[in-house]
Design a protein around this ligand. Structure first.
Ligand SMILES: O=C(O)CCC(=O)C(=O)O
Length: 265
């Protein structure tokens, strides 16, 4: 499925000047066009839409679904860890088994060759690296900051691995763009600000709380890998307009106490 053109040896020539960890510190965004081939992304979306694997809702409050379980959305760790091999098998079955390795190699290249590893939970086994996310018509992801999720009990093990400060990067690969909408918007609102505390207290007031703050919205091309400081700054995905669902493959990366980069989804 993956062309030699997109193999890791090629990523250095397309490597943006900024480094992954520097970006983490400054709260910016890295974009790698053609991290995977557009035709591979399209082939995967055809499989997803024609014979969909089980889709899990993000929340009853808004339209967004995932293939594979997102750690933030489960309370029972067995549900999360049981889904990991099922998801991997499904990717293999549809010929997309190399996709995760390609993203790992590209992220390592962005981090100046640092190694990136998916950790093992001491009881349940290996974490997942990615999930597939589907936003249908009207689908959105409301303003959030990834470090919020680490409060949950299901993160006890990962919290112990994190470098002090608990920073995390979000990454995704655009697989299918909607006709309109679906932009990723990043707010100039940090995770420890007064606005953040107001948001944590009442999500329903997000529009009012964020009104007047600066934000930047971006659209992406199919096959593009996007990495941003999702743990540091509030961000959202705007409602999808039109009949074409927005599909992405995504997950999270964080610097560990050990000095390594660790990943989970
Ligand atoms: O577009 C996506 O897949 C999700 C973006 C996002 O909100 C995140 O990764 O934190």
């Amino acid at each position: 499925m993956i062309d030699p053109e997109t193999s890791p040896s090629d990523t250095s020539s397309r490597r943006p000047a900024a480094d992954l960890l520097e970006m983490l510190a400054t709260g910016g965004m890295l974009r790698v066009p053609r991290a995977i081939r557009a035709c591979d992304a399209e082939a995967l979306v055809v499989c997803l839409e024609e014979s969909p694997p089980p889709l899990h809702p993000f929340s009853p409050a808004f339209e967004a679904q995932s293939v594979g379980q997102i750690l933030d959305h489960v309370r029972d760790l067995r549900v999360y860890f049981d889904a990991v091999p099922q998801y991997r098998d499904w990717l293999d079955r549809v010929g997309a088994g190399r996709l995760e390795a390609t993203v790992i190699e590209t992220l390592e290249s962005l981090a100046g060759g640092a190694s990136l590893r998916v950790p093992e939970h001491p009881v349940h086994g290996r974490y997942g690296f990615s999930t597939l996310r589907r936003l249908p018509t009207g689908g959105l992801i409301p303003p959030h900051c990834e470090t919020e999720q680490f409060e949950g009990p299901q993160y006890a093990h990962l919290r112990g691995l994190m470098r002090d400060g608990g920073d995390v990067l979000s990454w995704f690969v655009m697989l299918q763009c909607p006709e309109a909408g679906g932009e990723l918007c990043q707010w100039e609102v940090g995770r420890d600000s007064d606005q953040a505390r107001a948001l944590y207290a009442d999500r329903m007031r997000a529009g009012e709380i964020l009104a007047g703050s600066d934000f930047v919205c971006s659209n992406f091309e199919v096959g593009e890998l996007v990495v941003f400081a999702g743990g540091r700054r509030f961000h959202e995905v705007r409602p999808v307009e039109g009949p074409i669902p927005r599909w992405t493959l995504g997950g999270f990366v964080f610097p560990a106490r050990s000095g390594e980069l660790l990943a989970f989804c």
